[in-house]
Design a protein around this ligand. Structure first.
Ligand SMILES: [Zn+2]
Length: 789
């Protein structure tokens, strides 16, 4: 009887089920400030410290140089190179403000704080000279003058000939907002307001058509950060401005729950959707909220691989065909996952669905954590191609987008481990840490070696006994009712199914201890296109095998334009290990190694046989090596056929690669930027899942011919394009006067042009290839451009 009363009084465990969608405002969560959470010993803590060292190795004066230069002030040091002095000048400075703010909040490091204050002071000097504006974009003042006057020529990544200026500026907006919100730098608020007022004035004369034309060019999360400014200042004008900065071309199909993302540059779109969601949450716009929810669903369900990433060569691939991603060196980009986590966080705080947190956890462990080398350095592309590898940035040399988002990533692991709703506390992630809930006088210590053990312990310290509910996430990967929970060593009865939190309500006393056991199992997960490729997952942890380091051209990038791509030799696809088993038997194809937690050996039939020796370990622990994260599988009968098919495909692409000196994919952002795209009256788009570019004026690329030996140019057209007359010039010498007559019909065709004799003899190291329309006609569309031996 006494026991029963105790039970009634102090302990009620109820199973809760929350549906995945729908607006449950009563479930709205509040995140703790980053400063309320300190990480304890774990891979996450180690990653935070590695990031901190990288951050401190950067020279703030070099990062500030582009801003000072543009403001007419003397820079105190030379700009960094790579993307920092080729058009995207200053983007890392913006990221740096956010990264320092996160890191200061997460660690309290005083040097980080000193640097943040210094950056802010220096940027303030720049702002005082430029009517509220601060920016590193080269020639920014002239650019913005043209924009304000309505002179707008926008492509996917160029605005009036500048490289994504709003994308660049968004980093600074976000950096100032983070310095104020996260690190409490008071001055950052007035600077942000000044910059926002400059923006407000700049676009005040632009109508919606002009705005939408401008938004064709990648612009980061301008709509999101302006919504944030509205929250910080309480001024509705910025919310209106945020809506004005919302790209209708992306929003409209999403409002109709339509996925028309194939072929689009992935990381251009995700931040826009974060903005839709942010605006929706502030205005109660259910349609925009549903649009953002739909985007999340379709990207996570149909476009995401096991470790949480998406895209190939930065673009969304067809949902029914992941072969391009399997073949490419340029698999999922880290920035995309950085942004998908931001979107997941917003959706989770609004709806408390475990689905969002399952994705968040999967991506944090397997993409984000794995994207930093333990010795320092960030990853751009994580190829899923079997046997390929990743390259890492060098602190003083490489300044890609993924360095910027990388600097931020590893300082904010504490952002969602805990949340609260009123007085109730939620535990979302099983990462060792200490939460200090100041307002309630509560300290909660989480201890675990998860995923190397299945149990996580929570020790509560309160000033006096406190009654509240402690909610614990039951992850989607815990089967049925396998979750076990005890309070002060006493097992509790819980039931649960796949998408839920369990809670305990009691009068908590100092020293109370809760232990939760989360049994993990191994799954074999196919690619979203259901092709015969699997990735093995244990609990939330993606497993992979290391191969060797043969023919790798350096694990660290060299500061060159294409340095972020792992350009070493490819392992032929037909040589990758193949599991010979039906899909339902695949999860038994690997089994745990006794006494070695999180190590797995191959138990099933794998071909060729020598691969039986491979060990699978958590993907996030693999660095400086070739690896396999996706494995082909087949039936016994299918093995031979599969290998023959792969060999034919490989032979064709290997021979093409051998003959290719340089290659541009017109209309794709990074390949164009890497080849110094220039043009006038030119447009790009997608046709039959391939990007194109054409012009009523002209466009050109610089192709590299460093190893020399260029003999011909191969150009891909759409066979049905007709009535188009244009010239192709190489280094100003006429190569061909082209007339497209549509004779080849509805298919892609390739034409080889022999280079002029003078060029074949001279072999200049750079060949400028220019497509110029004849009067009243169109040059292109060009779908593919190769310089060949
Ligand atoms: Zn990136």
């Amino acid at each position: 009887m006494e026991r029963l009363q105790l039970y009634r009084l102090f302990l009620i465990i109820i199973f809760l089920h929350f549906s995945g969608a729908g607006g449950y405002a009563q479930n709205r969560q509040t995140a703790f400030p980053l400063s309320a959470v300190r990480l304890s010993e774990s891979p996450f803590k180690a990653a935070e410290q590695t990031d901190l060292r990288y951050m401190l190795s950067l020279d703030p004066n070099r990062l500030l140089a582009p801003f000072l230069k543009e403001a007419g002030l003397e820079p105190k040091a030379k700009s960094y190179g790579n993307w920092e002095n080729t058009g995207l000048d200053g983007h890392i400075g913006g990221h740096y403000l956010s990264a320092l703010s996160n890191m200061y909040a997460a660690t309290g490091d005083t040097e980080v704080r000193r640097r943040l204050n210094y950056m802010i002071d220096e940027l303030e000097r720049c702002q005082q000279r430029q009517n509220g504006y601060i920016g590193g974009i080269p020639g920014g003042n002239a650019l913005w003058k043209d924009i304000a006057a309505g002179k707008i020529e926008a492509g996917g990544f160029s605005l009036n000939g500048k490289w994504v200026p709003w994308y660049n500026l968004h980093k600074l907006f976000a950096g100032l907002a983070d310095a104020y919100r996260i690190a409490g730098v008071v001055k950052a608020k007035s600077m942000l307001t000044g910059l926002s007022n400059w923006c407000l004035k700049l676009v005040s004369g632009l109508n919606d058509v002009q705005m939408q034309r401008m938004l064709r060019c990648e612009h980061g999360g301008m709509n999101e950060v302006l919504a944030e400014v509205a929250v910080i200042t309480g001024d509705d004008r910025y919310l209106q401005l945020a809506k004005k900065f919302s790209d209708q071309m992306i929003l409209n199909p999403l409002l109709q729950q339509r996925d028309s993302l194939t072929g689009l540059h992935a990381n251009t779109q995700i931040p826009k959707v974060i903005g839709f969601m942010r605006i929706a949450a502030l205005t109660g716009n259910k349609d925009w909220e549903a649009a953002a929810g739909f985007f999340w669903q379709t990207v996570v369900k149909n476009r995401t691989v096991s470790f949480g990433g998406n895209s190939v060569r930065e673009h969304f691939n067809p949902v029914h065909d992941f072969s391009s991603m399997l073949e490419s060196r340029e698999g999922p980009e880290t920035c995309n996952s950085y942004n998908m986590l931001k979107l997941s966080k917003l959706l989770f705080l609004q709806h408390l669905s475990v689905t969002y947190m399952d994705y968040y956890e999967r991506t944090v462990y397997n993409h984000i954590l794995s994207s930093q080398n333990p010795e320092g350095g960030f990853v751009y592309f994580t190829p899923i191609r079997p046997g390929h590898y990743r390259v890492y940035s060098k602190a003083q040399e490489d300044f890609w987008c993924c360095v910027g988002s990388g600097l931020e990533n590893h300082g904010k692991y504490g952002e969602l481990i805990y949340t609260h709703r009123g007085d109730d506390l939620y535990i979302n992630l099983f990462i060792p840490s200490v939460l200090t809930w100041k307002e309630k006088g509560i300290r909660l210590t989480q201890e675990t070696r998860f995923p190397y053990e299945e149990t996580t312990r929570f020790i509560l310290e309160t000033k006096q006994p406190e009654r509240f509910r402690l909610y614990i996430r039951k992850p989607g990967w815990v089967r049925g009712n396998m979750l076990r929970l005890s309070v002060n060593g006493k097992m509790q009865q819980v039931t649960a199914d796949s998408s839920s939190y369990v809670f305990i309500e009691r009068l908590w006393a100092p020293g109370d201890e809760v232990a939760v056991r989360l049994p993990m199992s191994t799954e074999a997960e196919q690619l979203p296109d259901h092709s015969s490729w699997v990735s093995f997952i244990h609990g939330p942890v993606v497993l992979a095998a290391t191969l060797d380091t043969a023919d790798i051209t350096g694990f660290y990038a060299d500061g060159s334009r294409s340095g972020h791509i792992a350009s070493g030799a490819l392992l032929p696809l037909q040589d990758a290990p193949v599991f010979v088993a039906p899909v339902r038997a695949l999860k038994q194809a690997i089994e745990p190694v006794k006494g070695q937690p999180m190590q797995f050996r191959i138990a099933g039939t794998v071909y060729p046989g020598h691969y039986r020796q491979l060990r699978l370990v958590p993907f996030y622990t693999i660095h400086n090596s070739r690896y396999i994260v996706y494995w082909p599988f087949t039936s016994r009968e299918g093995l031979r056929q599969k290998q023959e098919q792969l060999a034919i495909r490989e032979a064709a692409s290997a021979s093409l690669e051998r003959q290719t000196i340089d290659h541009v994919l017109p209309g794709e952002q990074q390949p164009e930027a890497d080849h110094q795209f220039r043009g006038q009256a030119t447009e790009s788009g997608i046709h039959n899942e391939r990007h194109w570019r054409h012009a009523t004026g002209w466009f050109s690329y610089d192709l590299r011919n460093e190893k020399k030996g260029a003999k011909k140019l191969r150009v891909m057209y759409w066979g049905a394009d007709k009535g188009r007359r244009f010239d192709i010039r190489v280094n100003n010498v006429l190569l061909a006067a082209v007339v497209l007559d549509g004779a080849a019909g509805e298919r892609f065709t390739e034409v080889d042009y022999d280079l002029p004799l003078s060029i074949r003899t001279e072999q200049p190291p750079v060949l400028n290839v220019k497509f110029e329309a004849q009067a009243g006609s169109v040059a292109g569309g060009i779908f593919d451009l190769r310089l060949m031996k």
